[in-house]
Design a protein around this ligand. Structure first.
Ligand SMILES: Cc1cc2nc3c(=O)[nH]c(=O)nc-3n(C[C@H](O)[C@H](O)[C@H](O)COP(=O)(O)O)c2cc1C
Length: 168
């Protein structure tokens, strides 16, 4: 899949088939996060790869905005070391993983945002590591395709040369 195809078709997937993500794809997704660029190459991220059903169930119960994590065959918990760039660095890694997965037919979604301290003890993550998000992955239940994106009109958010001069 071309990069722009992936960007323009990827959607938040919240329902997953009861089918494992092949291990080789799990590795590719994690490697996509690992290879992402970060400020001063600081790489302040940690990826905890969760495939155990009971742990996934616990994560789904703890993340109010992501109960469907419980139904996913895989979730990646993204933790951050303390750094002023941690959120931007880890967010880029998350996007790399989401797009890599999507290009291979695997749906996912960002769930939670920071303030996920209740997850640390479940996975034995040290207190000083802040969890930014939990990303469930799996084969989508419904076929998702092009043309379903809801976005503000481009002219509202893209300006040519100066503020308020429409780009398109
Ligand atoms: C930073 C961030 C946090 C998000 N948090 C959640 C969340 O907690 N639960 C959820 O179901 N979706 C969450 N989403 C998914 C967005 O709601 C979704 O991407 C957006 O509505 C656009 O839909 P689309 O991705 O299908 O185009 C989050 C997305 C981002 C980028």
């Amino acid at each position: 899949m071309e990069v722009f195809d992936a960007v323009s078709t990827v959607l938040a997937v919240r329902q997953f088939q009861d089918k494992p993500v092949p291990e080789q794809l799990v590795h590719q997704i994690v490697e996509a996060g690992h290879l992402t660029a970060s400020s001063a190459n600081g790489q302040p991220w940690h990826f905890i790869i969760v495939q155990d059903k009971e742990t996934l169930r616990q994560l789904g119960a703890l993340v109010q905005t992501g109960p469907y994590i419980a139904q996913a065959p895989l979730a990646i918990v993204v933790g951050m070391e303390h750094s002023p760039f941690a959120v931007s660095d880890a967010s880029r890694a998350i996007q790399s993983m989401i797009l890599t997965a999507w290009a291979q037919g695997i749906g996912s979604n960002w769930t939670g945002f920071d303030n996920l301290k209740q997850i640390n003890p479940v996975l034995g993550i040290p207190e000083e590591i802040e969890i930014l998000a939990i990303i469930p992955f799996g084969y989508p239940v419904a076929a998702l395709g092009k043309g379903r994106k809801k976005r503000k009109p481009l002219r509202e958010v893209a300006h040519r040369e100066r503020w308020n001069q429409p780009f398109a």
